[in-house]
Design a protein around this ligand. Sequence first.
Ligand code: ZN
Length: 121
Amino acid sequence: MPTLRELDAVFIGRCGAKAPGSFHELGDAFTPEVQGLLFYCPLHHDPVKGHTHCIVVWFAGRGVPDNAEPKTRWGASGTSLDDLTLQPSINLDVPWVHPDTQVRYPSSCKWHGFITKGVAT
Ligand SMILES: [Zn+2]
């Protein structure tokens, strides 16, 4: 399975109230400023064809606003991209529900896995 570095992962922090939903990249060390992680999907990671789509996760206890999507807050431990472990698992296979019609649309990505010691499993 690919490592976080192979997935071009980077730690991120939010840009603040002026740009809700946006974030900036903070590098590969798990510093006090880090609030989350950005990486390419391990399931759709292809060394030949390249990456397809990104995944953003926000960490618990890092001052991330309650309304930041996705709403799950992951417990993160480690010192860098090379030993990062996240709990619980990350499940992208969640249907999207249209807010007006309540119609459920299946997720385009079915990845459900873990980040353990810097590796996506
Ligand atoms: Zn995917």
